[in-house]
Design a protein around this ligand. Sequence first.
Ligand SMILES: Nc1ncnc2c1ncn2[C@@H]1O[C@H](COP(=O)(O)OP(=O)(O)OP(=O)(O)O)[C@@H](O)[C@H]1O
Ligand SMILES: [Mg+2]
Length: 460
Amino acid sequence: MPKSRILVIDDEAAIRDSLRMTLEYEGYDFIGAATGQEGLALAERETPDLVLLDVKMPGMDGLEVLERLRHANETLPVIVISGHGTISTAVEATKKGAIDFIEKPFASERVLVSLRNALDTRQLRDENRSLKKAVEVRHQMIGDSAGLQQVMAAVARAAPTNATVLINGESGVGKELVARTIHRNSLRSRERFVQVNCAAIPEELIESELFGHEKGSFTGATEKQVGKFEQADKGTIFLDEVGDMSAKTQAKVLRVLQEGEVERLGSARTIKVDVRVIAATNKNLEEEIEKGHFREDLYFRLAVIPIHVPPLRERPDDIPLLVRHYMEYFSRENNVRAKRVTPSALEALQRYRWKGNIRELRNTVERMIIMTGGDTIDLPDLPEVVRSPGLGATKLSSDGEGGKVGTLREFKENAERAFLVGKLRENGWNISKTAEVIGTPRSNLYKKLEQYQIAQETDG
Ligand SMILES: Nc1ncnc2c1ncn2[C@@H]1O[C@H](COP(=O)(O)OP(=O)(O)OP(=O)(O)O)[C@@H](O)[C@H]1O
Ligand SMILES: [Mg+2]
């Protein structure tokens, strides 16, 4: 931890000297000022962590200095020291924001105790503040390309309304982030944001998931269940992968949108719900409508405000910002120093066609932080496919064909490699998710990726 800097403002040289000795002995940095004016200037220039302030001084007196210090920086802790310790000065100093009042002559231990308390409180508060900031940053939308600015403008227009929003875009472009940002900036932000992944729930369960059911309404319904629409009452429901809903479910969702009411399975009672719907899909719903897979009337209900999130390769301007953002984020997470990315590495990252979009970029940055030894990430540190797109794909398919298998060991390695590539593909090249699915620590998966030179395939 860096040394705390203490500014002492006192006109008596003997007091300053004795405090300097005590403070420096205790490992603090000492800054001294003989007048209030000088103290104010030093407070501004030297950004001390705490001020020890005398009251009776020629020129500007301590209480006035205190007032000005607080005005300039309301979080800077000030301890007032006075030889003319009357109750009224003490009261006044406290009123003006001093955190402690010490009478002269003082024992140095008394000063040190007060000082330590003040600095601990301050550190705690700073930590709280940065924690809070970290939470906000997690939901921040990074980027200033024209494409993303259009998205942000649509988010800003949609947020304060109750209109239904349909978000469209490839996998990993940030559809969920957009949905959450809209909710967070809406009048419903204090209410729930309930997410339903329509593709992940088996057909026979989706209706009871969305609308709930009464006990005994079907085999296996041993308890009653409150549906997601009811859970989201007054808040927002996020229907993710809405393009994967069956015709039957589509009809029911349409009804909720039209009537604002739901019926639990096995119950004739209708329940009024006040829910804002945000839907997302990576499918082209117009095409799905033509193929007869998606109801046109539902589409129009959902797409009151359509938002298209463009793929990352159409907004390469955002890549340097995202790289920096995730570099900082993951170095903090992994407790390592942020690394510099060389211009040529950055250029390769910008040229690469990110099929997995921001999720893939994010995983790549995380991996580079963990795998790169030095302080700099250069071209050779990038995954092979990013460095030389096309190469990775060929490599992968020739291996997939099953190279020469001579020994048991070669066979095992080939099998392991093919297994990992398959699982990675299934999980959209999401390292954490794949590691979880195959039940191995992430670090081990990274090691295997390196060992087998597995890099994400691209369409070249
Ligand atoms: N503009 C952005 N700035 C910072 N992070 C982003 C941005 N867009 C997306 N991300 C991050 O990328 C990851 C993928 O985003 P998200 O899950 O929202 O994508 P998605 O479009 O819903 O993907 P899928 O179609 O696979 O469900 C998340 O970790 C998200 O926080
Ligand atoms: Mg999503």
